[in-house]
Design a protein around this ligand. Structure first.
Ligand code: UTP
Length: 288
């Protein structure tokens, strides 16, 4: 199975940080956002990655490629731990870059991955949605995919006031956190949302999704929406959803990015005290 990671958007909500640095390369603690996604894929048994980037972005793929000069320098200065980490990163996954010529939407970005995916089931992982879960969310979804024998989208219950930011499903629960999807709507107004179950950044899909996307016109925001493609697919076959068990962090907005940074820093024994102290000191300053 291939994981398609669309990363060719403009990242406007993170400007000016993303003006020249691709959003997926912004670091959360010690590694770029996209590395969390690739590590989740690998822990889920998926080693082949199609990274969809804009044509000017050569940095994102090079993060996963060997860096002989760096490795030589680390070897010569005896930094064996860092050297091993760099070699492990280069061997982590088989990353192929695919270009999306213009940001025509998430559905279009997924279509760009078709050549690498071939005629086989595939995953889509949105790098901004960083998921802290054990076992990994994608792995759980692949298990559900095998069990139900059809496409599976990841959903999370969100406050009703924010449903307009998401693709939202209408669904019938089947038990065990699995739902059968009866409809999907992209960015509904709160009074038109069929539920509070929002689609978040993981999908395990069948190859007929590509034909459905090709037949899908532009939707919300003048873009080809993945949700619209899945809605079309739903006319042809059952589609399922699995409710996330774990913590999702949206690293694609300043507030979510901060929360994700603190979340992962607090998990590090060497950094947690630093964060606690900094937050305590900041509260003191604010209280003065
Ligand atoms: P987002 O809408 O969250 O990202 O798309 P964005 O468009 O980069 O960010 P804003 O809204 O301007 O702040 C979800 C994912 O889909 C990718 C994005 O790179 C992101 O990882 N994407 C989106 C594409 O690859 N191509 C597109 O045309 C649109």
């Amino acid at each position: 199975m291939t994981a398609v990671i669309p990363a060719a958007g403009l990242g406007t909500r993170m400007l000016p940080a993303t003006k020249s640095i691709p959003k997926e390369l912004l670091p959360l603690v010690d590694r770029p956002i996209v590395q969390y996604g690739v590590e989740e894929a690998v822990r889920s048994g998926v080693r082949r990655v199609a990274l969809v980037t804009n044509p000017g972005n050569t940095l994102s793929a090079s993060h996963f490629a060997p860096h002989p000069a760096l490795e030589r320098a680390l070897a010569e200065s005896g930094r064996t731990e860092a050297l091993a980490a760099m070699r492990a990163l280069a061997a982590l996954a088989e990353v192929t870059t695919v270009h999306q010529e213009a940001p025509l939407g998430l559905g279009h970005a997924v279509l760009c991955g078709r050549r690498v995916v071939g005629d086989a089931p595939f995953a889509v992982m949105l790098p901004d949605d960083v998921i802290d879960a054990e076992p990994p969310a994608l792995g759980r979804m692949i298990d559900v995919f095998i069990e139900v024998g059809g496409p599976v989208v990841l959903v999370e219950r969100v406050p009703h006031s924010v449903v307009h930011r998401y693709g939202v499903i209408a669904a019938e629960p089947l038990g065990g956190g699995v739902h059968r999807v009866t409809d999907l709507v992209e960015k509904p107004a709160p009074d038109e949302a069929p539920s509070d179950l929002a689609i978040v950044g993981r999908y395990v899909l069948t190859p007929d999704t590509f034909a459905a996307l090709e037949a899908t016109g532009t939707g919300a925001g003048g873009e080809i929406q993945l949700t619209d493609g899945l809605r079309r697919l739903l006319r042809q076959r059952p589609v399922y959803a699995w409710e996330l068990e774990g913590k999702r962090l949206d690293a694609g907005t300043p507030a979510g990015y901060l929360e994700a940074t603190i979340h992962f820093a607090l998990k590090r024994p060497d950094l947690a005290p630093v964060i606690e102290e900094a937050l305590g000191a900041a509260r003191g300053v604010a209280g003065r």
